[in-house]
Ligand binder design. Structure first.
Ligand SMILES: Cc1cc2nc3c(=O)[nH]c(=O)nc-3n(C[C@H](O)[C@H](O)[C@H](O)COP(=O)(O)OP(=O)(O)OC[C@H]3O[C@@H](n4cnc5c(N)ncnc54)[C@H](O)[C@@H]3O)c2cc1C
Length: 419
């Protein structure tokens, strides 16, 4: 049996570890937190997963929440007016062809970790250091680092060509709450853009308390939304800060969340990180090489709700690459080619995230078009399931204008809001 070490029991590490166990690999998984610490810890994400990632989990027998997690059937877009007007300038919901779902990672990762151990996987509770990787790593034929965006990711050199940001582009504040009302259109991942200042997201989710709502503010640092208390603040203080932002900048969301309370003592999160792409291979002292996975090597801002979806894809791409590699050595060439297969998809999300962070004029044009043209709204919603097609009509200004013109010709509508 080939011996494989996976560092980090998050979305990607667990999915890969369980997948390889099922293929008869000898898998060791290391994380400082066991199931109990994960369950009693803080929320980590809003982890809205779309069709392809959910299908992958079902295929691998890892989808335990289908009957309890609220179905997310659409993506809502609102654009706030600059003067704080109580009505948004743009307001529509695009339908998803396949429902999406959010299951609190505290529920999911704790359950998956138990599945891994019950299936015969070896789990070690330990925070892995660079030194550990250089020494213990030698006992394994392949070491995969799936440690998220933390310290350990720094062993992978930053890819300067693909990493234009040195600082966080958004200050993130998140709360899982009870006592909020549903979106008027039902199960919707709702996104309010406050031009130049950031975004407000909300979505139904399944958390420790059962079905509830999550609300997140992405504030441009130093801007008018960036006034939510961060490090050291209590859950109540973070939620109060979020509600204050909603009241002033997204009153339609405030109406829904005014009576909200934190869902549990770990239900809030605040922070930020610089979106970064890294080299997939790290060379350690003594000549060991290790392979980076998911956020450890490609960390985008959550503005496009894609990180967990991409972590799921990365685990699948790596699992297949490992199995297809047979008995051959897992050398640097293997690692770079496994990552290249992943990057082929991940680069689309990196490009999309950059466009969404900067909010260029053509994006607002497309939002206004979608309000009057349902196929555009639905196409945008389905891009969350498959961002690959965005290059044809959304990412570049010229293509976007071509698309807008083509819709105008096809519908014969001169009153579409095209400037
Ligand atoms: C506020 C917020 C909202 C988000 N919303 C969404 C969304 O709606 N949809 C979406 O798709 N994505 C979303 N994301 C992104 C998504 O959560 C991540 O991209 C995804 O979880 C990354 O998976 P991963 O496996 O790379 O790392 P993680 O899931 O972060 O797991 C990393 C694991 O490594 C462990 N670890 C860390 N250091 C070490 C070490 N030294 N030794 C051993 N183990 C270690 C950690 O304990 C953790 O268990 C969001 C992120 C944030 C911050």
């Amino acid at each position: 049996m080939r011996r494989i070490l996976v560092v980090g029991a998050g979305q990607s590490g667990l999915q890969l570890a369980i997948g390889l166990l099922a293929e008869d690999y000898d898998v060791t998984l290391v994380d400082p937190r066991g199931p109990e610490e994960i369950e009693t810890g803080r929320v980590m994400s809003t982890q809205c997963l779309f069709g392809p990632a959910l299908r992958r989990e079902r295929r691998h027998g890892l989808s335990f929440w289908d009957d309890r997690a609220p179905a997310i059937t659409g993506v809502g877009v609102r654009v706030a007016r600059p003067d704080g007007d109580p009505e948004p300038e743009v307001d529509w919901v695009g339908r998803l062809e396949e429902s999406a779902q959010s299951v609190d990672q505290r529920l999911k990762l704790a359950a998956w970790l138990r599945v891994f151990v019950q299936g015969g996987g070896r789990f070690l509770r330990h925070r892995v250091s660079v030194e550990d990787l250089a020494t213990v790593g030698r006992d394994y034929e392949l070491v995969v680092v799936a440690a998220g965006r933390g310290e350990l990711a720094r062993i992978f050199p930053r890819d300067e060509r693909r990493s234009p940001f040195r600082a966080p582009q958004r200050s993130l504040s998140l709360a899982y709450v009870t006592g909020a009302e549903a979106h008027p259109a039902g199960g919707v991942l709702s996104r309010t853009a406050v031009p130049g200042a950031g975004e407000v997201f909300s979505l139904p989710t399944l958390s420790l308390v059962g079905p509830c709502q999550a609300v997140m503010v992405e504030a441009v640092p130093g801007g008018p939304l960036d006034r939510i208390p961060g490090a050291g603040a209590s859950g109540e203080e973070i939620l109060a800060g979020i509600l204050d932002v909603l009241r002033h900048h997204a009153p339609w969301e405030y109406e829904r969340f005014a009576e909200a309370r934190p869902a549990d003592s770990g239900a809030t999160l605040s922070g930020g990180y610089a979106p970064t792409v890294r080299e997939p291979v790290a060379h350690l002292r003594g000549g060991n090489v290790v392979l980076g996975m998911a956020d450890s090597v490609v960390a985008n801002d959550p503005i496009t709700a894609q990180g967990a979806n991409m972590a799921s894809l990365c685990a699948e791409v790596y699992r297949r690459a490992i199995v297809d590699h047979g008995r051959r050595p897992f050398d640097e060439t293997f690692m770079r080619s496994a990552f290249a297969a992943y990057w082929h998809h991940a680069r689309q999300v990196t490009a999309w995230s950059r466009v969404m962070l900067s909010g260029p004029p053509h994006v607002w044009e497309l939002y206004r078009l979608a309000e009057r043209h349902r196929p555009t709204a639905d196409r945008f919603a389905d891009s969350f399931s498959d961002p690959g097609g965005l290059i044809d009509w959304f990412l570049h200004p010229e293509r976007a204008m071509e698309y807008v013109d083509s819709v105008r010709c096809a519908t014969g509508s001169s009153h579409l809001p095209i400037s």
